[in-house]
Design a binder for this molecule. Sequence first.
Ligand SMILES: [Zn+2]
Length: 270
Amino acid sequence: MPELPEVEVSRLGITPHLLGESVMRVVVRNPSLRWPVPAEIQELVGLTIVGIRRRAKYLLLETDWGTAILHLGMSGNLKVLPQGTPAGKHDHVDIELANGKLLRLNDPRRFGCLLWTREPVEQHPLLARLGPEPLTEAFDGDYLYQRSRGRKTAVKQFIMDNQIVVGVGNIYANESLFGAGISPKREAGNIGRERYLTLAGEIKAVLARAIGQGGTTLKDFTGSDGKPGYFVQELQVYGRAGQPCTRCGALLREVRMNGRSTVFCPLCQR
Ligand SMILES: [Zn+2]
């Protein structure tokens, strides 16, 4: 599943090809995504893309008239290709631009979406209740500390809650809790301010590192593959259950939390 870093790298990859370009045609081959692609998406035609932003894992193609909201779901990817490139299986939507290129959405499992709104996009039902972006100043240890008071939920679930902070997927939750030395099972409300300062810093660092590593694949973005893919980074705990902790040598343990693999060091994380 594309996580926040992959979506951010997709945004960086498509921006130079789309920004300032006007839309010539929108070809919808299969509107049956997670929600049907609305007929109003054709309002894009003739409009100029004035911004390509990201909110959580939504890509926002902004015009002066409305905003297209794009999500890659479980398996979606974007390619920038020359117009006339034959469409393959699962190539559901093309947005053709005045510069002779097209933006192609491929999504085998069709859990992604492409929607259109003329309202202020931050108030769209999909976006209105989202927590802050992890890489902004609005997100820090004080914020986590305040939001966690009185919460009995496990800290791992707490930081993976999109209404608390967006974009902390399972891998990043595992890694940042290890970095901060916090047990994933600890009650969110029982963690002090200092430890949340450390945790917020770890969350920012692990996401920024993933985006940085993904950025090195950008030159291939318009290639035949087009998938920025998972960024292979050195993971300290995720996928390493039973192997020695990189800090203390104890064997890492794995439990399931909300059905997701949770790996931690029983000595370093408390
Ligand atoms: Zn350890």
